[in-house]
Design a protein around this ligand. Structure first.
Ligand code: HEC
Length: 113
């Protein structure tokens, strides 16, 4: 009988443990990390060669001014001067959102944005 109680207790523990293992906050954190990681990947693929780590390169520094995300998105979609445009078939809407989010973490490191 005592053994039954222990087994039942363990089952209960496992059940509540699994519900508790991923609370909403952690789930959000995991999603946030995944999108930042994707943003970093997109940045490295498309922007790094001209804006190394957000610093000045062939293009100007991006991490030294509080340019809002929508302006940066416009620049990416339309290009300007020596900067090419990146359309939706190259950088999807979600990927660009992640990319800008990542760029802003680079600015945060400099206390901008
Ligand atoms: C081929 C090089 C090149 C690539 C690749 C490139 N850029 Fe640029 N970028 C430039 C140049 C050059 C300018 C300055 C354009 C001008 O003002 O004539 C610029 C300007 C910008 C600006 C405006 C900055 C300011 O201070 O006015 C933003 C924002 C920007 N780039 C973001 C990006 C992002 C995000 C990516 C990746 C998707 C990217 N760029 C890829 C060359 C590049």
């Amino acid at each position: 009988m005592k053994q039954m109680m222990i087994v039942a207790g363990m089952a209960l523990c496992i059940a509540c443990g699994s519900a508790r293992r991923m609370p909403e906050g952690d789930m959000q954190g995991a999603r946030e990390n995944a999108s930042l990681e994707n943003g970093r990947h997109q940045y490295m693929k498309y922007c790094q060669k001209c804006h190394p780590m957000g610093e000045e390169g062939l293009g100007p520094a991006l991490n030294n001014k509080p340019t809002p995300g929508f302006v940066e998105k416009f620049q990416v979609r339309h290009g300007l001067g020596a900067m090419p445009a990146f359309k939706k078939d190259v950088i999807s809407k979600k990927d660009l959102g992640d990319l800008i989010k990542y760029l802003h973490t680079r600015k945060k490191a400099k206390r901008l944005s």
